[in-house]
Design a binder for this molecule. Structure first.
Ligand SMILES: *Cc1c(COP(=O)(O)O)cnc(C)c1O
Length: 387
């Protein structure tokens, strides 16, 4: 057949459709390599697999990177939030949190016999709306969990103005960028498998409050002082000290050296990884069909959450699946889940969430994958224009 070329969006493409991929293009995914494999090997061969020197090194470097004084490595972001609640003694109170988030932010309060007070979000950022916080806070609303949605900061000035309690800043979508991660009383990060700095699973609590950090660290292992530090006795008292004290009720939320070793390698790659994510964001922003509403600019682009006319969302998801492109939605409002039902209306959320579609954006992608997504998304809308 003749290969007639047409101009489209300043890019030259063939009239004949590009060939459909054989494998599914994932919407999210971690990218690692030989460096991570070697780092794990080193820990395995060292004979110390649990919480040890790698965790200590990672905590120190991470605190420096985000600009908080103290960092405590934990099993996950969710456990980090839970630990802060327990260390601060927040129990049986009301916790304010945003309607657009992962289930964790609304469910952790329930683990602590608190009520989960879910409020509406701002249209533009999908972050918690300070005006709704003012409207719906209760006399016993002592904690607010903010989510920096897709790596876009919440309005902390507005939140501080309208809320006088303790703010847990959920940074699951952020890894450090200037001005981020410094606004709550404590920040909690995630290294879950598809997050910006993935390590399979894991989390970090950061804060400038030494008492809180010390208490959280103690509570990561049943309130027991660390076994690693007990092997590092002074020279005049060598050997392993078997005895330990337990002063507080603790849990089992510490990170292991195997995970910390992956985190340390991922942290070295973070600037390069973020740069590529922003490159994807920039290409989507400039080349996608004009009917698509672009998300606000993000330094981390944890999710590229575009908005499309709601009547098209489900058919676009299905269409892209037939082209082997996996998409997702971040997020379905939390008040729609049975354990989190609320007795209130959410006008912004209800209108916006039905437009949301997350397009592939991660560090496993290559340039051709970006071309491929743009091609098929635009093709969908161009063919609907003709109808
Ligand atoms: C992923 C996510 C979490 C949970 O993080 P884990 O490390 O898996 O516990 C919490 N909050 C938000 C907003 C998330 O996206």
């Amino acid at each position: 057949m003749t290969k007639r070329l047409i101009k489209h969006n300043n890019k030259t493409s063939m009239v004949k459709d590009i060939e459909i991929r054989e494998t599914m293009l994932p919407v999210l995914g971690p990218q690692g390599g030989q460096e991570e494999v070697e780092a794990i090997r080193e820990v395995i061969e060292s004979g110390w697999w649990g919480k040890g020197p790698k965790v200590a090194e990672f905590e120190e470097k991470f605190a420096k990177m985000v600009g908080h004084k103290y960092a405590v490595a934990v099993t996950s972001n969710s456990h980090g939030q839970d630990l802060i609640m327990k260390a601060m003694g927040f129990k049986g109170i009301d916790v304010i949190n945003p309607a657009i988030s992962f289930v964790a932010t609304a469910m952790v309060p329930l683990w602590n016999d608190c009520t989960s007070n879910i409020v509406d979000v701002e249209r533009e950022t999908l972050c918690i709306d300070p005006n709704d916080v003012a409207k719906f806070k209760k006399p016993n609303s002592e904690v607010l969990i903010s989510v920096d949605e897709s790596g876009v900061l919440s309005d902390y000035k507005g939140l501080r103005k309208n809320f006088g309690g303790f703010i847990i800043q959920d940074c699951a979508h952020s890894c450090w960028f200037p001005g981020a991660g410094l606004d709550g009383d404590a920040a909690v990060w995630s290294f879950q498998a598809v997050k910006t700095m993935p390590a399979g699973d894991g989390g970090m609590i950061t804060t400038n409050d030494k008492n809180l950090a010390d208490k959280c660290r103690e509570m990561t292992w049943f309130g027991v002082s660390s076994t690693w530090s007990r092997t590092q006795q002074s020279n005049n008292k060598p050997g392993y000290a078997w005895d330990y004290e337990v002063d507080v009720l603790g849990y089992k939320y510490y990170m292991t050296d195997i995970i910390a070793a992956i985190c340390l390698e991922q942290m070295k790659k973070l600037p390069k990884h973020l740069e590529f994510r922003r490159h994807i964001q920039s290409r989507y922003n400039s080349e996608l069909h004009p009917v698509i509403e672009r998300p606000p600019f993000s330094q981390t682009v944890q999710y590229y959450s575009a908005r499309v006319p709601s009547e098209h969302r489900e058919s676009l998801i299905d269409y892209l699946a037939t082209k082997k492109i996996h998409t997702s939605v971040h997020f379905k409002p939390l008040y729609k889940y049975v354990p989190l039902l609320q007795d209130r209306d959410y006008p912004v959320c209800e209108k916006e969430w039905i437009k949301l579609i997350t397009l592939p954006c991660h560090n496993r992608m290559i340039e051709e994958d970006i071309d491929y997504v743009i091609y098929w998304v635009n093709k969908y809308f161009e063919s609907h224009e003709k109808i």
